[in-house]
Design a protein around this ligand. Structure first.
Ligand code: SF4
Length: 315
């Protein structure tokens, strides 16, 4: 158990107390204790009706659930490896229960800037995507998670928190400290109303991040970005990310893609020269057509950024 002064997570909401755990912060032990779980791209997939043990967020709760990452300014603001679970653990929830939730992660590193928030957030996203028996749809306040019946006996929210920390630190070594809070909002904890009140405090931070991208148009930049993470589940797929186009997973803005490419130029995110404009309204550019032809394994020759009917993007 962890003791000491903790920076409040929310100032306008009376947060129920949760159970607090301390993960091993030795880098050699990032994944220790997760050996009975499969982790990796081959585990990305859907958990369908009848297969899920617990469902978190999604349409049944009017998307009043969220996942967020906060980059903290001071090392004192983050207790590395601290995990708090407000509400029940997975094994305390009856089978086929659907609940609203929040997954809130705080990170700190000496070189970690707020501009890199979305990049760091991908560590959370990939842990949820690549963990055996977990299904994820959407991000932020559109997130919808499922945990399968098959994996439930070996799984816990604490293990998932460990996987998130391990994945983020592996992906983004400039993160030195990470702290995680789960809120599984049963009626006893405060239900959807608690999550909505917490989200109201977080939303201005998301809006401030989004405002940077909204001030820029596609025509004002020479370089777009692309991402091919989802090739593992859709082999001919590639996303193009521009100031005006957020990919359908919702996890990356233009600035986050730019930061991600700067930190990891040999990773999944790559530069796309915009080239000449062929059709401004449809969003057709020579550089995008050429890149998509290469990245879609020569399946797509034309790519309209702004059409879902004629030559739509590959999602
Ligand atoms: S940007 Fe596109 S390829 Fe990358 S994770 Fe999102 S949906 Fe998948």
């Amino acid at each position: 158990m962890v003791t000491g002064q903790i920076k409040p997570w929310y100032t306008s909401v009376r947060m129920p107390k949760g159970r607090v755990f301390q993960l091993d912060t030795d880098l050699d032990n990032l994944y220790a204790g997760l050996e009975d779980l499969g982790i990796g791209p081959r585990y990305a997939g859907e958990i369908r009706k009848g297969q899920w043990y617990v469902e978190l967020g999604g349409p049944k709760h009017q998307y009043k659930s969220y996942q967020t990452m906060e980059v903290m300014r001071s090392p004192e603001d983050v207790v590395d490896g601290r995990v708090e679970i407000v509400g029940p653990e997975l094994n305390e929830i009856p089978v086929e229960t659907s609940l609203p939730f929040c997954l809130h992660v705080r990170a700190w590193g000496p070189e970690l800037q707020e501009d890199l928030t979305e990049f760091v957030e991908r560590g959370t996203f990939l842990a949820l995507l690549f963990m055996e028996g977990w299904g994820i749809v959407g991000a932020r306040d559109m997130i919808w998670l499922r945990v399968s019946k098959e994996v439930a006996p070996r799984m816990s929210f604490l293990k998932m928190a460990q996987a998130i920390r391990a994945s983020t630190i592996s992906l983004c070594p400039i993160v030195e400290k990470m702290e995680i809070k789960w809120v599984i909002a049963t009626p006893e904890v405060g239900g959807r109303e608690l999550i909505a009140a917490m989200m109201a405090e977080i939303k201005p931070k998301w809006e401030a991040l989004d405002a940077r991208t909204k001030g820029l148009s596609d025509e004002e930049v020479d370089t777009f970005y692309g991402c091919t993470i989802c090739k593992m589940i859709a082999p001919n797929h590639a996303c193009i990310i521009t100031p005006g186009l957020v990919p359908y997973c919702g996890i990356l803005s233009y600035f986050a893609a730019k930061a991600m490419y700067a930190v990891d130029p040999y990773g999944y995110v790559f530069e796309v020269p915009r080239g000449q404009t062929i059709d401004l309204v449809a969003g057709r550019y020579t550089g995008v057509d050429d890149t998509i032809w290469d990245r879609s394994d020569h399946k797509h020759k034309i790519f309209h950024l702004h059409s879902c009917i004629k030559y739509p993007t590959t999602n």
